[in-house]
Design a protein around this ligand. Structure first.
Ligand code: TMP
Ligand code: ASP
Length: 247
């Protein structure tokens, strides 16, 4: 068998070309980074967990009519996806104040926001992924006004589906990051992953503010028990998917 050609290696994933020009194979690594890779580590089994959770959630969103790049989970760590050109934006949706929103404003952690906040960050490690304004986005020609509106509409719809889904898993969706891409026909597709790496997820069954954290903040903030938190999310997500299949 010939070695698959690597198209791109990021901090958490590797993207390979396939025989089909319109499909890529994504490999999920155990590597974890935070603070623009200033902090580096390994979360054992993360690749398998994130590939499995992302596959389940992208497939679920697809069933709700959201257009995504997901085609199939090929193995524990490999996802077959539609080839897209990634728009260099991190689209962040926030329901509750946490993370950089608390660092940059006077909002205290845990405060429920009056409406879901959609923010655009430039995907650029050298610049530290800065927060953009819509005008800056326009001037940089990263997306048209129509595409920006489409991104926002999509992000808000996805937020509603995910709030409901995670709610049925006894998990609060605090905030999350999405990436989108354009396929060969120019369709806007939800891409990348949705996992404890890219979401803040708080356990509704736990009162203690540190113990309730089920996401990458356990790694970012050295809270310990990172692997078991990721496993807990996987277990609840897969249980809920099974329940939905049987109803
Ligand atoms: P932030 O509060 O650090 O801006 O993060 C907002 C959300 O985006 C949070 O759920 C974590 C996620 N995120 C990523 O997926 N990748 C990143 O590089 C960053 C900074 C945040
Ligand atoms: N993934 C990002 C990085 O290393 C940041 C984060 O998730 O906190 O740099």
């Amino acid at each position: 068998m010939s070695t698959p050609s690597k198209l791109y290696e990021g901090k958490a994933k590797i993207v390979y070309a396939t025989k089909n020009l319109q499909e890529y194979l994504t490999y999920f690594k155990d590597d974890a980074t935070a603070f623009n890779a200033l902090k580096k580590g390994t979360i054992m089994g993360k690749g398998e967990i994130n590939c499995t959770i992302s596959s389940a959630l992208l497939n679920y969103l697809g069933s709700k009519g959201i257009k995504t790049h997901f085609l199939a989970q090929k193995s524990e760590r490999e996802m077959l996806v539609k080839a897209v050109q990634i728009i260099p934006l991190e689209v962040v949706v926030r329901n509750i104040a946490a993370g950089s929103l608390c660092k940059q404003t006077t909002l205290p952690e845990g405060q429920k926001l009056p409406f879901p906040l959609v923010e655009f960050y430039l995907k650029n490690d050298d610049l530290g992924d800065p927060l953009l304004t819509v005008d800056r986005l326009n001037i940089m020609n990263i997306a048209t006004v129509e595409q920006i509106n489409q991104l926002k509409d999509n992000a808000l719809k996805i937020n509603q589906y995910l709030i409901e889904f995670f709610g049925s898993c006894d998990i609060t969706l605090v905030d999350f990051k999405l990436e989108f891409g354009l396929d060969f026909e120019g369709n806007l597709l939800l891409a990348d992953e949705i996992s404890p790496d890219t979401c803040r997820l708080w356990d509704n069954l736990e009162q203690d503010t540190e113990k309730r954290v089920l996401d990458k903040d356990r790694f970012r903030r050295d809270l310990g028990k990172v692997e078991s938190a990721y496993q807990q999310v996987q277990k609840r997500v897969l249980t809920q998917i099974e329940k939905l299949k049987n109803t």
